[in-house]
Design a protein around this ligand. Structure first.
Ligand code: NAP
Ligand code: G4F
Length: 320
């Protein structure tokens, strides 16, 4: 039975990846960090099939122990301080976890077993201002401390491949969303806001930049691409997205329309949610992934919006 270690297993993508790998017959080891309250909400339903171990990307020796004790064949590094807005307020912490955390893990792998296959969760945020559509050869122009940290994570992953011949790959994923998305990210903030307004629990929805455009796909499908990257004969980096961009305004329009409301009656702009530097347009050219991985997303933008609004309506109704 192959063994996979997932860092960030309690996060949105980690939970879907764990489900996917369990279904493929893997033993799934999940690294979780110690906190005063348990954050297993997204993996509660599969918790008994997982091996959960304490560790932290800040702590090198915890990484070495986990690798030595469990001897994984594959490591998926999904852990990060992943919220772009927070990266301006906690720039050093973001660098420690999202950038240096990657090299701590790579060093641990190099020491324990350099044959382990390694996946790094890189981000389309690295492209920042680069002209769209973006692919594997597009130069990076990061626009936030988070994106700068991810650029380090990307290049150190490439560097360990080139320096030591290790099987390390960087998956450059565009925004992926789901009902499990953290509540502070814009899509989930909108789906939750729409559900609250529809159920009479809120009157308005405060947002920042409505004109930013993103390539939004369904997280549940993107984890297969991560796995496929580690099954290739040779390690290479891949861009993963849908190839279609929508604005935050489009997302609002579609989400409110889904429940029979007009977003213009409820959405207000609030400068508190504007960023010091934003990214205007991200859209993937994922021709390489289509050709070499045979990966194509199926869930459309409209289906994603509906899925998220439905889930929030149900959650709030069940809670009342
Ligand atoms: P997420 O929901 O924010 O999950 C982040 C995970 O990292 C959580 O499990 C969190 O643990 C863990 N973590 C944070 N700091 C840690 C530390 N110091 N040590 C160990 N674990 C730590 O993120 P996501 O949306 O699933 O994204 C997964 C990865 O893909 C991230 O690296 C993100 O930057 C990257 N990415 C995401 C997208 C996207 O659109 N979602 C696109 C491109 C790249 P707690 O539960 O304890 O907080
Ligand atoms: O949902 P967001 O916070 O996601 P962002 O910044 O694109 O980052 C996400 O995707 C990246 C991949 O490209 C990941 F690497 C990263 O970890 C994360 O998962 O914001 C999307 C857009 C931004 O332009 C933001 O300015 O929405 C705009 N926005 C407008 N109003 C807002 C809001 N974003 C948030 N979070 N909250 C608002 O009220």
């Amino acid at each position: 039975m192959p063994i996979a270690l997932i860092t960030g297993i309690t996060g949105q993508a980690g939970s879907y990846l764990a489900e996917f790998l369990l279904a493929k017959g893997y033993q799934v080891v999940g690294m979780v960090r110690r906190s005063s309250t348990v954050t297993y909400e997204r993996i509660e339903h599969i918790k008994h099939d997982l091996t959960l171990v304490q560790g932290d990307l800040h702590d090198q020796s915890s990484l070495v122990s986990i690798l030595s004790n469990y001897q994984p064949d594959e490591v998926y590094n999904l852990a990060a301080q992943s919220f772009v807005a927070t990266s301006w307020n906690q720039a050093v912490l973001t660098g420690e976890v999202t950038a240096l955390g990657v090299v701590r893990l790579l060093e641990a792998i190099r020491m324990v077993n350099p044959k382990i296959r390694f996946y790094q969760a890189s981000s389309s945020e690295m492209f920042g201002r680069a002209p769209a559509p973006q692919n594997e050869t597009t130069p990076f122009h990061p626009r936030s401390p988070y994106a700068v940290a991810k650029v380090y994570g990307h290049w150190i992953t490439v560097n360990y491949r080139e320096s030591y011949g290790m099987f390390t790959v960087s998956g450059i994923l565009f925004n992926h969303e789901s009902p499990r998305r953290g509540i502070e990210f814009v899509t989930r903030k909108i789906s939750d806001g729409v559900a609250r307004i529809k159920l009479g629990l809120a009157k308005e929805l405060l947002l920042g930049n409505l004109e930013a455009r993103r390539d939004w796909g369904f997280a549940g499908e993107y984890v297969e691409a991560m796995w496929k990257m580690l099954q290739q004969e040779t390690p290479e980096d891949f861009v993963i997205g849908t190839g279609v961009a929508h604005s935050v305004r489009d997302f609002c329009e579609a989400a409110f329309r889904y429940v029979g409301l007009n977003y213009l009656d409820y959405v207000r702009q609030d400068p508190r949610f504007m960023r010091p530097a934003d990214v205007d347009l991200l859209v993937a050219d994922c021709a390489k992934a289509r050709q070499k991985l045979g990966w194509m997303p199926k869930v459309t933008f409209e289906e994603l919006v509906a899925m998220m609004v439905e889930a929030d309506l149900k959650r709030l109704k069940d809670a009342s």
